[in-house]
Design a protein around this ligand. Sequence first.
Ligand code: FAD
Length: 313
Amino acid sequence: MAKVLIAAEHLGGTLNPATAKCVSAAQALKPESIDIVVLAADPAGVAAEAAQIAGVAKVLTVANPANAYPIAQVLAPQIAALTGGYTHVFGPSTTFGKDLMPCVAALLGVNQVSDLMAVEGPHTFKRPIYAGNAIVTVEAPAGQAVVATVRIASWPEAPRGGSAAVEAASVDVALPTHTRFVGLAAGKSDRPDLQSARRVVSGGRGVGSEENFKVIYALADKLGAAVGASRAAVDAGYVPNELQVGQTGKIIAPELYVAVGISGAIQHLTGIKDAGTIVAINKDADAPIFEIADIGLVGDLFQVLPELEKALG
Ligand code: FAD
């Protein structure tokens, strides 16, 4: 029977919801046990959060000042050293997991299964290809650990309510010095995180400028939503790259997605395939976004958005 180890993603002492989504994917294996490993300088707080995820048997902690920052090359050998006895090693298909898990797979000498979106059997999984336009069934070889990233837009968060044991693990591996933390340059925002937000308002090239993007922020504030953007809006410098939604941006699954001045190119739609209700506001009635939108409003965004904002009170 499967025994699953999940690499916890966390930042600033808080567990990322992607970890609870990995637990849901692990549960689809009907495993004997699911454990989570938390690597940090001081893992206690994050481990306590992870222990509350229902279905988790044990939370392993690896406390090391070297783990203060999520550097894949430093974390991977420690995770690889802990995988003995596990049949599956999962991490989220976020920037963190996409960086880390290939290193873990390489150290274990196996190929990685990427973007796992459905479990068909202990070694058989479904994953999207061609920007989500086709779903392929892949089979990992039996008799070796399955290292996989989990497509978080495809899985719900496993509920809280668990009380897993927390156990300090000792890992005796040499950590590489060729990759080290130099500094972190991150945008500061009080808004909800784009990747995990329940509501997202995105703007496209139609918004026209960085200055005009304030109408998107204003609507997002009214809705308590995160802000996203199309690649055209990012490339034009209206917003920073971290807001890009789509094939080469973030894959998200909010309950509500409002696309404003976005035409609906396939590379953008790939990022919102699993969104709940999609609302499109576009002045071109023939824009492809209307083919997939649940609610469409044909109109000039500079007229519609202030009206919508007013109506929201
Ligand atoms: P446009 O296609 O120019 O659409 C602008 C829309 O705004 C139009 O429909 C127009 O009618 C509407 N509009 C204009 N003015 C107004 C107004 N006043 N009121 C209302 N509506 C208005 N794109 C992504 O978004 N994410 C990705 O991750 C991504 N990855 C890519 C990867 C590859 C390999 C390639 C080749 C492309 C990728 N793209 C991606 C780019 C994608 O193909 C499109 O070019 C891009 O999504 C278009 O952005 P847009 O809809 O904002 O702009």
